[in-house]
Design a protein around this ligand. Structure first.
Ligand code: AKG
Ligand code: FE2
Length: 420
């Protein structure tokens, strides 16, 4: 990973004016005071969001949509092997200016998007996974999503008991109602750390502070290393196989594009992949199999940014990083090996996957803007109905509705890595 990111607009206005920084400033949300004249005086009329010009942001369109592509962007032929787990409308793109970068538009089917969103707010941000809140709440905040839905508050006594019982890593933990459902995948319920009264913080205020969670070995931003010795669950198998499929796709598509002399490139023979948990190939080289074992889940709200960085804490930088977008659209910047290289702004939508492989794996990238003012795709809206109209579909839609409401102003990114 990288140095712990700021997710508030950075205060460093004196930051070196690199090309990357200039692009970040262009897209960051900025609020401006507006004034009017009253009796010859300038009086504040309030605050407004500065209009951002997004015309230079490369938008490849919605899944299934065909748009003329700008020079230097190639749509890669699907027959090279879009995995069957992806929708037929998925389309993969390579970029001449960024060898090794693959964008798979619409890679995640709607049902999988919904499932990952629900897990992000339940299982992924619960013990033993570490989160933004682990420092202040070492035993974690199990059941935080369900508690938010019920308007509950943290009960200091329950939290203390939970910490004592869990040895500050929290395995036998609680939800407010003790009833796991689609909205609370947590397990093991004994005492509740949430309640209706008291002076503790509301679950909602705590959830809003949640900016990241780590899956697999937790990452320590201070030591800049993965804590393999810490109690952790393995990376969820679904993320592991999804990332492996996408990395394999990137390897074959980008490799083929490079061989044909257009787009892609920068990826050594990447067909090797880690299946059934068995690594193939030798350690340390480009021929090593991709075995994703960790992920960072980022939660973004209006005004949040992820500053330009290179993910360089993994031992095997020869292995790709696979990044999945959910919820609100975002502007993603991908640059070069230094911040002086002007980055390309790309629009990312829910369901898109980005693979940073080969040369792109060592390039600066970041998220200067989350676009919280746009409608979500139908599959993620509270009123959305994707698929049939059976009673189980209706049940699923009802279970997803609170997540859909939350997502209207939230973006989730899951970046899957091989840390060995
Ligand atoms: O949110 C994104 O799209 C990028 C996330 C990222 O760069 C990271 O987690 O390292
Ligand atoms: Fe990153």
């Amino acid at each position: 990973m990288y140095a712990e990111h700021e997710q508030e607009a950075p205060a460093r206005s004196e930051a070196a004016p690199t090309a990357f920084r200039a692009a970040e400033k262009l897209y960051q949300l900025r609020r401006e005071q507006i004034f009017r004249q009253r009796k010859g005086k300038r009086v504040s009329k309030g605050v407004t969001v500065r209009a951002t010009d997004l015309t230079s942001v490369l938008d490849l369109g919605l899944a299934g949509e065909e748009r003329p592509l700008p020079l230097g962007v190639a749509r890669l032929p699907a027959q090279l092997g879009v995995p069957s787990c992806m929708p037929p409308s998925a389309a993969a793109y390579a970029f001449d200016a960024h060898p090794g970068l693959l964008l798979v538009r619409g890679a995640l089917p709607p049902g999988l998007q919904r499932q990952l969103v629900m897990e992000a707010f339940t299982r992924f941000c619960e013990p033993p996974n570490h989160t933004t809140l682990t420092r202040t709440h070492p035993a974690g905040l199990p059941g935080i999503w369900a508690a938010t839905q019920q308007g509950l508050r943290l009960q200091p006594a329950g939290q203390a008991a939970c910490e004592a019982a869990s040895g500050a890593t929290g395995t036998d933990v609680s939800t407010p109602d003790g009833a796991p459902s689609d909205g609370s995948a947590s397990s093991g319920r004994t005492t509740s750390i949430w309640g209706a009264g008291g002076g503790g913080p509301t679950a909602d205020s705590l959830l809003r502070k949640l900016r990241w969670a780590t899956l697999g070995p937790p990452y320590d931003w201070t030591q800049r290393r993965y804590l393999r010795e810490a109690v952790h669950d393995p990376l969820p198998p679904q993320l592991r196989s999804l990332a492996t499929e996408l990395a394999g796709l990137a390897a074959s598509l980008l490799g083929a594009a490079a061989a044909a002399g257009s787009g892609g490139g920068g990826v050594a023979d990447g067909a090797a992949s880690c299946r059934n948990g068995a690594a193939e190939g030798s350690l340390g080289g480009a021929s090593q199999a991709f075995c994703p074992d960790a992920a960072l889940v980022n939660f973004y709200y209006e005004g949040d940014t992820l500053n330009g960085h290179v993910d360089d804490a993994e031992n095997s930088l020869g292995q790709p990083l696979v990044s999945l977008s959910l919820g609100c659209d975002a502007v993603f910047l991908i640059g070069g090996h230094t911040r002086d290289v002007p980055p390309t702004p790309l629009l990312l939508r829910s369901g898109d996957a980005v693979v940073l492989a080969g040369d792109a794996r060592r390039c600066y990238h970041g998220v200067p803007r989350v676009l919280t003012d746009r409608p979500l795709p139908a599959a993620l809206r509270a009123d959305g109905r994707e698929g049939g109209s059976s009673s189980s579909d209706a049940g699923n839609a009802a279970a997803f509705a609170p997540f859909a409401r939350h997502l209207q102003h939230c973006r989730i990114n899951i970046s899957v890595r091989d840390t060995r």
